[in-house]
Design a protein around this ligand. Structure first.
Ligand code: SF4
Length: 271
């Protein structure tokens, strides 16, 4: 008998033989991964034509659990591998699962160039403001003043806004939600999957073991309640300290790279 909760989405979208997962108790990566599975379901993703590609980090373990064709690549290179895959097989739907340390540091240039090309990929970036897997080091998204294992007196660097960066670099769709705002997160990921072009969905998640414990948030529930207050869905509302916008942040139509490339190649070949 299984010792973990089951249900339609779990049974139909997860490799149940790999569960329970290895994420720490209270980590909200499980919520985000379930939201992704629900979004794939809502978007009618064909399992035979959908590939999930991840990098390295706690969030990237998700490809081990989801019952799709999956590729677990190296640190920071998920978008590069996904780009090659999409160019070789334009018929596939490719979803990239990544963390903020993965995409916002070693993989930043891949993010910028995937956005600049407007390549038809969906990036779901789990953002928990730390490097959880390696011990809670400061990440590119760590807030100023936060305590991390590499900044015991407070983080000095300003955080990178991955949504603003993606929009500025040319992504067609940019959105953000948190693990607390589950229904919104499902809706945004599904829209990103259906969007033609490069779609980025930032999924604000939590690392209670490092980011929480080191910064006075003693329980996973406290971190989720904090997300509820931090995420602001009214685009006209002023942002207070520590708050950020959630919802659809950017949605435009723009020429998509793979389609354009193959059209040009066919033209040159006279087909
Ligand atoms: Fe989650 Fe942090 Fe544990 Fe990684 S180290 S599984 S991010 S709680």
């Amino acid at each position: 008998m299984p010792v973990f909760p089951t249900g339609d989405i779990i049974d139909s979208h997860f490799r149940t033989s790999t569960l329970p997962h290895i994420w720490c108790p209270g980590c909200s990566h499980g919520i985000v991964t379930r939201a992704l599975a629900q979004a794939l379901d809502n978007a009618d993703a064909d399992k035979d034509r959908t590939v999930l590609v991840s990098g390295i980090g706690c969030s990237s373990r998700a490809t081990g659990y989801l019952d799709y064709y999956t590729i677990h690549t190296t640190h920071g290179r998920a978008l590069a591998v996904a780009t090659g895959l999409k160019l070789a097989r334009p018929d596939l739907r490719v979803v990239v699962i990544s963390g903020d340390g993965d995409t916002g540091a070693i993989g930043t240039s891949h993010l910028v160039h995937a956005a600049r090309r407007n390549i038809d990929l969906t990036l779901v970036c789990y953002v928990n403001n730390t490097y959880g897997m390696t011990g809670g080091q400061g990440a590119p998204t760590t807030q100023c003043g936060d305590i991390t294992s590499t900044s015991p007196f407070g983080h000095l660097e300003r955080p990178l806004d991955l949504c603003a960066l993606s929009q500025a670099a040319g992504a067609a769709f940019v959105a953000r939600a948190t693990a607390w705002h589950y229904d919104l997160l499902v809706r945004l990921i599904a829209k990103g999957i259906e969007k033609k072009g490069f779609a980025v969905v930032e999924a604000v998640s939590s690392c209670p073991v490092y980011a929480g414990r080191l910064n006075g948030q003693d329980t996973p529930a406290q971190m989720l309640f904090a997300m509820r207050e931090q995420g602001v869905s009214d685009p006209g509302a002023a942002l207070g300290a520590g708050q950020f916008r959630i919802g659809e942040l950017w949605d435009v139509e723009a020429p998509e790279y793979v389609e354009t490339y193959h059209r040009q190649a066919r033209g040159r070949a006279g087909r």
